[in-house]
Design a protein around this ligand. Sequence first.
Ligand SMILES: NC(=O)c1ccc[n+]([C@@H]2O[C@H](COP(=O)([O-])OP(=O)(O)OC[C@H]3O[C@@H](n4cnc5c(N)ncnc54)[C@H](OP(=O)(O)O)[C@@H]3O)[C@@H](O)[C@H]2O)c1
Length: 248
Amino acid sequence: MSADDARVALVTGASRGIGALIARTLAERGWNLTVSARQPEALQGFAHALAADTGRRIVAVAADMSDEAAVEQLAREHVDAFGRTDALVLNAGMGAIGRFAEFPLRRLDKLYAVNVRSAYQLVQQLLPTMRATGGLSSKGARVIAMASMTGISAEPLNSAYGATKAALISLCETLTVEEYEHGVSGVAVCPGYVATDMTSGLADTIAPTEMITARDVADQTVALTELERTVVVPRLLLTRPGPNLWHA
Ligand SMILES: NC(=O)c1ccc[n+]([C@@H]2O[C@H](COP(=O)([O-])OP(=O)(O)OC[C@H]3O[C@@H](n4cnc5c(N)ncnc54)[C@H](OP(=O)(O)O)[C@@H]3O)[C@@H](O)[C@H]2O)c1
């Protein structure tokens, strides 16, 4: 257990966007964190600022989610640093659009590695610590995966990205039915378009002011960590106003 007995999370993709707001909100609520992203300088800068602002223990580990050895090292450093895991926030993700007919298979493989395989690997590696934590805490331990509305409802140009997010949703559901006895459950957060760097290229089609805010996604995600272990939330859907409810 960590020295001050605070709750502990590992947040991937934490240096900006939705992940940075989730990490900051958790730290402001007293959590200690491992934060991860690829670019070490931006990650270290974020971690230092967060530690200074909140007084919490923030460990930064740079890792590319498409690199199996780096993901393994991330999990190991997290466990060595804290010895407990109340929440694993699988937020790092790669976006890519293109017509099904022409989408390069190599790009599909990369999307799958970053968005799904790394998540699978992190869950496998952290399950022992999550079971130990979940068994002792009234709130259990949660795997929170940042999926997408495209994993639920078809969106043109998103055959590959949407498939990876559908896989994440499935992964969370199976985890819950296999691990409930240990107090571990999974939840897939499924937002429509969120105004972040990832969607900046869509600004001509959808104004950022019409997108969901990263603040809203982060607040709803962190609220999931306040639930008791007796409640399971398989999916959290956040869509946008419009004539079609099932859209990104
Ligand atoms: N924005 C949307 O409309 C939207 C909607 C639904 C779901 N989502 C999902 O929400 C999650 C966060 O998206 P966002 O919009 O906040 O993205 P973002 O602003 O682009 O931030 C992405 C974060 O992930 C890190 N990252 C990117 N590729 C990575 C890799 N290969 N390995 C490790 N870290 C990586 C980035 O840091 P580095 O570049 O330093 O690695 C950064 O910290 C993603 O899973 C995304 O698919 C987004």
